[in-house]
Design a protein around this ligand. Structure first.
Ligand SMILES: [Zn+2]
Length: 237
């Protein structure tokens, strides 16, 4: 357990940690920003919601109601979707799900910090699967403490463990985001990186997350490319 906690704690979401740890480029995680290299969908025409769901390979593995990150249930009508990356090079989506269910992802509860003492978000995506950890009608703890990022947004974490395909993870995330936009009536302009939400009391307040979709630590060309991938799926639905 202790080893597991140690492995999983230094994630992007460990908001108590001043800086995400850096281990250099993940092995096998090729950066492909040109787009289209791993599309499973036809480039033109419509795609059904059920087909997109199948391609996302969405699994439900909810943290039990009333425990750990769902200890306090706070209703939410989501208006944004916040994209993160784990900065954890050891854990895939299932390992993150297990850690959330075990209560292994803690964060100090402070006046301006984490509200419940645990981290939690809605979905974790890797190159094989997307896993849901909590209903989208509940607030998570993944973005900006008491701020609107936590109160109003669905949190999606992208895995980046060694040996995984980053391009496959990004495409799956783009598909899941398009599905959520459609289901929740969320416009593309409200699909934002974690960077978008300043964190009170943190320096810098705007986090370089998801770091591999930021340019010089902030949204730029790579982020616009990602939004283009999301929009391409959304327009086909
Ligand atoms: Zn983040």
């Amino acid at each position: 357990m202790h080893r597991f906690v140690r492995i999983l704690l230094p994630t992007c979401l460990a908001l108590s940690v001043t800086q995400c740890y850096r281990v250099g480029p993940p092995g096998g995680g090729r950066d492909t920003y040109s787009g289209g290299s791993s599309q499973a969908s036809p480039s033109g025409g419509k795609i059904s919601m059920s087909r997109l769901y199948r391609e996302v390979n969405l699994k439900m593995d909810l943290v039990p109601r009333g425990t750990h990150g769902r200890k306090v249930l706070r209703p939410m009508k989501p208006r944004f979707i916040t994209i993160h990356s784990t900065q954890n090079y050891s854990a895939d989506a299932w390992k993150h799900s297990q850690a959330l269910k075990n209560g292994a992802l803690r964060s100090p509860k402070t006046r301006y910090g984490n509200r419940i003492g645990y981290l939690i978000w809605h979905f974790t995506v890797d190159d094989r699967v997307a896993i849901q950890h909590m209903p989208t009608s509940e607030q998570g703890e993944h973005a900006d403490f008491h701020g609107p990022g936590n109160r109003l947004s669905i949190g999606i974490e992208m895995c980046e463990h060694r040996g995984s395909s980053r391009s496959a993870t990004i495409e799956r995330t783009a598909k899941l985001t398009a599905i959520l936009m459609k289901k929740q009536g969320i416009p593309l302009r409200n699909v934002v990186p974690h960077y978008h939400w300043p964190r009170f009391g943190k320096h810098p307040p705007n986090k370089n997350c998801p770091h591999f979709l930021m340019d010089n630590g902030r949204p730029g060309k790579k982020w616009r490319w990602f939004l283009g991938r999301v929009n391409s799926y959304y327009q086909k639905l």
